[in-house]
Design a binder for this molecule. Structure first.
Ligand SMILES: [Zn+2]
Length: 369
């Protein structure tokens, strides 16, 4: 399993030659036709064939032809042959397909992956038991079941409320107290389990009514890390719990990204620290002002690059607005933008198509100042 130490190792890597970082998503609808994956791989490698070393490209091709079993939801490969770097990590969670050539391994998508799917606890709750799952990067690593006191016939006695016979000692009130006491025990157990798992995200599962009520029993730090709720029963198979959990985590990540785009747009509208659209974002990048670059995944925007200062733009012009040198046509400004942000120590958020980012050339940024 990919660990944080693997990420740290890649971050710390210092070589003298360019490194190829390749991410390949393996969508399940293409599972039956691995040729679809291979076609995608070829397209990615072609994008960098003029910049990557032949040794790295053939090492990657060789890996996919001879070693890789095409199992899992995605794979990340890092190759810096000249400096002895080779890493290949398959994942059970999706990654956006992307290729990058740069001085250092491009690890931002992995850092995102750790943030979204790294360590999540699912608590499946009903009135008298709770099942806890620790899901690490899409795999269930541990689970345990906690049983509370037995609740008798809660649904049968629940009806007595309507006929006005409920007293402090009635069976239904008694049962509700048992449930409450059970949930208090479960909330404590959940706290201990989640701390031990170093969980950064929590999901609740059960009947709709139960999860809504149980949520109120949680310590505030887990309520703020609650990334979603879904319907399940104690009979639900582990693999279905896992699938539903991953779908919820993905949904949560998408919501966070849409929020990012919204806040960039709001800041841009106030002429504050946000900028939208390719032309303005690229200009801000050139002056080193970009903190977070939001980019639609797979964005292909042709443009120009200054032969003098390296300024990248989508706007045709006879000479560079910064240094006066001539501009040369480039196939994709997005690729240069990512490299610039990384060199400047900023971050990149890749967004799926279908967010408000599409309306602003697929490119926007949160600025440092
Ligand atoms: Zn220039």
């Amino acid at each position: 399993m990919f660990e944080r130490t693997d990420l740290e190792e890649l971050t710390a890597f210092e070589g003298k030659h360019p490194v190829v970082s390749l991410y390949l998503n393996l969508p399940s609808h293409l599972r039956a036709t691995p040729d679809g994956y291979r076609a995608r791989l070829k397209t990615l490698l072609r994008q960098v064939q003029d910049r990557a070393s032949g040794a790295d490209l053939s090492a990657i091709e060789q890996f996919f032809e001879a070693e890789f079993d095409w199992v899992g939801r995605s794979v990340a490969v890092f190759s810096g042959e000249a400096d002895g770097l080779w890493r290949a990590h398959p994942f059970s969670v999706p990654l956006r397909s992307y290729v990058h050539v740069g001085e250092k391994p491009f690890i931002m998508p992995l850092a995102d992956l750790m943030e979204t799917y790294g360590s999540c606890v699912v608590a499946l709750v009903n009135h008298q038991s709770m099942k806890l799952y620790h899901i690490q990067l899409g795999e269930i690593s541990t689970s345990e079941t906690i049983s509370g006191d037995e609740v008798r016939n809660l649904s049968a006695t629940g009806g007595s409320r309507q006929d006005g016979t409920v007293r402090g000692s009635s069976p239904s009130t008694h049962n509700r107290e048992i449930v409450k006491a059970n949930w208090r025990v479960f909330a404590d157990a959940l706290d201990g389990f989640a701390r031990q798992s170093k969980a950064t995200a929590l999901l609740l599962a059960g009947s709709e009514e139960t999860v809504v009520q149980f949520k109120e029993m949680l310590a505030s730090q887990w309520r703020t890390r609650l990334h979603g709720m879904f319907t399940a029963s104690m009979m639900t198979a582990d693999k279905d719990i896992r699938e539903q959990a991953l779908a919820k985590l993905q949904e949560h990540q998408k919501a966070v990204q849409i929020e990012l785009v919204d806040s960039i747009r709001a800041a841009a509208a106030r002429a504050a620290n946000g900028i939208v659209g390719a032309a303005d974002t690229l200009e801000a990048l050139h002056s080193g002002r970009v903190h977070t670059l939001a980019l639609v995944e797979g964005l292909q925007t042709p443009g120009y690059r200054c032969t003098g200062c390296g300024f990248v733009t989508t706007v045709a012009s006879d000479s560079c607005q910064f240094c006066g040198n001539t501009l040369a046509a480039i196939p994709n400004v997005a690729e240069y933008a990512v490299r610039q942000v990384v060199d400047q120590g900023g971050t990149v958020e890749f967004l799926e198509a279908g967010t408000p980012l599409d309306q602003v050339d697929g490119m926007a940024a949160l600025l440092r100042y």
